[in-house]
Design a protein around this ligand. Structure first.
Ligand code: ATP
Ligand code: MG
Length: 388
């Protein structure tokens, strides 16, 4: 039936309906994000009641479109279906085509067009009956069917017929929950932290610190690759790259060796807060997890929180085990890149025995040997910005 049947993708969203008065805004942001994810692919997105339908694309692009849409936060589930004229023969023909030859099934009809001559129960019974007559090895099971065949009769004289549901990324549309400054190292944790916070609807800016020439260009490329992967989920982001070489040299020269990481963290936070102000980001996001390494104790976090005034620090992985983080990193596609063996700035001048429970007074005292403000300004002056 050329010109009359065509592939469609049905997108169902999650949680957005919870937003009451803001619903219109959430749906608009979501629609923009869906559109952005399909940039470069011919398509149209329509919104008949309570879901989104992607139409008018080349059937050969179906898998690519599904892959892109299933990364958009806010997408609960997707189904690939076929649009047919809404008459019982056309609907049945498609049901016959997509149904299995054996096993159990049920038909689920949704009738938006209240003028359609049969109600949804009658459609189920009629189509189900015809199917049983054609495929005698099929059986109806309305409670736990192996296959659910969906018929969605729309108001514009067409019906959508589909089977099977693909799970989407879940969460909330990016852009509905403000903007955060993610401290992005080349490690396993921070990309996952960024993913999780973006999944709650937050836009991201990323900030990476390097100690070139102590760290090399491959370390930088690795972080750019991680930012590119994250951008695939957030619909684009900026990566800020800042040198902390001189800061580390100064700490190394003038402060107790075991305080390197503690003091460096405080500089990272100060620089992050300044960049928050410049970019409109409303919080700092890190990949820290309580107790994972010596510097990630509550005392360590207290010491780094103490230097920032205006923004909160979100640590979405604080209660995660390393194995859980790795699992997540694999699932979102950052793991392979994260485990590439290039040095991070934190491993430069690494103390043999880092402070586990830094005492804030002693830290501040050690830090008074440094011209903090000048070092922060100098680091910020080195900032480069890359867009993904
Ligand atoms: P990750 O796997 O994210 O590197 P980690 O377990 O190696 O984490 P740390 O090295 O202690 O932990 O870093 C803790 C957090 O500090 C990181 O998750 C990240 O948010 C931030 N961070 C560390 N190094 C850098 C860096 N070079 N640039 C930007 N942020 C960093
Ligand atoms: Mg690290």
């Amino acid at each position: 039936m050329n010109g009359q049947t065509e592939k469609v993708i049905i997108v169902r969203y999650c949680e957005i309906h919870l937003k009451g008065k803001n619903r219109g805004y959430f749906e608009q942001v979501f629609m923009n994000n869906l559109e952005r994810s399909l940039a470069g692919i011919r398509h149209e997105i329509r919104r008949p009641s309570g879901r989104y339908v992607v139409e008018n694309f080349d059937a050969g692009m179906t898998d690519e479109i599904v892959a892109r849409l299933s990364k958009v936060f806010g997408v609960h589930t997707l189904s690939v279906g076929t649009k047919v004229p809404s008459d019982m023969d056309a609907i049945f023909e498609e049901i016959l085509r997509i149904s299995p030859n054996g096993g159990t099934f049920k038909i689920v009809t949704n009738r938006a067009d209240k003028h359609f001559p049969l109600d949804s129960m009658q459609v189920n019974a009629e189509i189900g009956g015809r199917l049983l007559a054609k495929k005698p090895d099929l059986r109806v099971d309305v409670h736990e069917p192996e296959t659910i065949l969906h018929i969605d009769i729309r108001e514009n004289g067409t019906a959508l017929v589909f089977e099977g549901i693909v799970k989407g990324a879940g969460g909330m549309p990016v852009g509905t929950a403000g903007k955060g400054m993610l401290l992005l190292s080349g490690g396993i944790d921070s990309p996952v932290a960024g993913y999780m916070i973006a999944k709650r609807g937050m836009k991201l800016e990323c900030l990476h610190f390097h100690s070139y020439p102590y760290t090399n260009m491959q370390a930088r490329e690795k972080v750019e690759e991680l930012a590119r992967i994250l951008a695939g989920y957030t619909g684009g982001l900026n990566l800020h790259v800042v040198s902390v070489t001189h800061i580390q040299e100064e700490i190394h020269k003038k402060c107790p060796e075991e305080m390197m990481i503690t003091l460096l963290r405080r500089f990272m936070m100060r620089i992050a807060e300044r960049l928050c102000k410049e970019t409109g980001a409303q919080c700092i996001v890190t990949g820290e997890s309580l107790g994972q390494v010596a510097s990630q104790t509550i005392e360590g976090m207290t010491s780094s929180n103490a230097v920032i005034e205006g923004v909160p620090v979100l640590r979405p992985l604080v209660g995660f085990d390393k194995t859980e983080i790795i699992e997540r990193a694999r699932a979102i596609g950052t793991y392979e890149t994260s485990v590439l063996p290039y040095e991070d700035c934190c491993t430069v001048f690494l103390p043999k025995h880092p402070l586990i429970r830094p005492d804030l007074k002693k830290v501040e005292n050690a830090e008074s040997a440094l011209d903090v403000e000048a070092l922060v300004n100098e680091a910020l002056a080195s900032a480069e910005k890359v867009n993904f």
